[in-house]
Design a protein around this ligand. Structure first.
Ligand SMILES: Cc1ncc(COP(=O)(O)O)c(C=O)c1O
Length: 327
């Protein structure tokens, strides 16, 4: 029976849709949001959000310059113009530069919460409200981070999360769009109705990823000494056993045919299982980030400002601004 279920899961990616629906329900409960829509990646979720906001040719979307190309390509794909805004000391969008870059063509602002550190949300909200712009939250790094007791991803008109291989929780590829706005949610529903599931080949690449990574890290010492780990990874990519996090065409500013797609059941089950461990991952991230900010910064003089160091942010630092004296 288990075998049959596994085969179903694998060859019929939408099998039962139970996996992704469960994941969405858990997300809604956790964030306290009314609508959550799973996709095969954060970038697919962003594509759905841009579509729901009717971002089109000639529109400008303002986002921080220090970002990931997967956050930019969906904007280009719609024929809109990404307008890059400087970052502040916490590596998040600078509201002062944002104000300078707004034009009559501006339609939306996307904030990032880089490495789990919340952006200057209130200042940016004031600007977007005054200028009548949509606010999108790129919460790819910030599952579990809070600003004044409220989860990042619940401040904007819509937000998206990533379950990529290097994120807080990982199903190798996966993402979620969330919104409390009914009209936006309805448009995302319509956008999703037109999508397919990824191919069985793509899903299997993602499923073997954690297995191969585990084997590789098991033989870690000898492999890393001889650079064999990196070589093996290159071979797995060349042989299409594993997929890359960013495809060749995406590096050219194009959208890959692997996106946007629905979240297959097999990956949704992985993400759901990871979600159970999110609290533990978050606590470890906080511990690691405080060690890094205290020890590494002192030793190697990171290029971050005094303000950044003083406030002990760090890589995937999950922060609650109520409990930290930031201002
Ligand atoms: C800041 C940021 N935004 C968006 C994304 C895209 O997420 P995904 O890889 O799930 O498409 C990433 C992924 O690395 C990211 O780091």
């Amino acid at each position: 029976m288990i075998c049959g279920w596994l085969l179903d899961c694998f060859f019929s990616p939408g099998f039962g849709r139970r996996g992704s629906v469960n994941l969405e329900e858990k997300f809604k409960l956790y964030l306290g949001t009314e609508n959550a829509f799973s996709f095969n990646s954060g970038r697919s979720a962003l594509m759905a959000i841009l579509d729901s906001l009717d971002i089109k040719e000639g529109d400008e979307v303002l986002l921080q310059a220090f970002t990931c190309n997967s956050a930019v390509n969906p904007i280009l794909e719609r024929g809109a113009k990404p307008v890059f805004v400087d970052i502040d000391d916490t590596l998040n969008l600078d509201p002062v530069d944002l104000q300078r870059k707004i034009t009559s063509k501006s339609k939306a602002v996307m904030i990032q919460h880089t490495f789990g550190w919340p952006a200057q949300i209130e200042e940016i909200q004031n600007i977007t409200k005054k200028q009548n712009l949509y606010l999108i939250e790129d919460a790819a790094h910030s599952l579990g981070a809070k600003y004044k007791g409220k989860f990042c991803g619940t401040f904007g008109d819509a937000a998206f999360f990533s379950f990529g291989r290097d994120k807080i929780i990982s199903s190798v590829f996966g993402g979620m769009a969330v919104t409390t706005n009914y009209a936006i949610a309805q448009k995302i529903v319509r956008f999703r109705e037109k999508l397919d599931y990824p191919s069985a080949c793509w899903i299997s690449q993602q499923l073997v990823h954690p297995v191969l990574m585990k084997m590789q890290s098991g033989a870690n010492f000898s492999l890393s000494v001889l650079f064999l780990g990196k070589m093996l990874l290159g071979i797995f990519h060349k042989l299409w056993i594993l997929s890359k996090a960013v495809y060749k065409e995406e590096k050219r500013g194009e959208v890959s045919s692997h996106f946007p797609k629905l979240m297959p059941t097999a990956l949704a089950l992985l993400a759901e299982n990871q979600f159970k461990k999110a609290g533990k991952v978050q606590r470890t991230s906080q511990r690691v980030s405080s060690v890094l900010s205290e020890r590494v910064n002192k030793r190697f003089l990171f290029a971050f400002s005094q303000n950044y160091r003083k406030n002990k942010s760090g890589f995937y630092a999950l922060s609650d601004f109520n409990s930290r004296k930031y201002r």
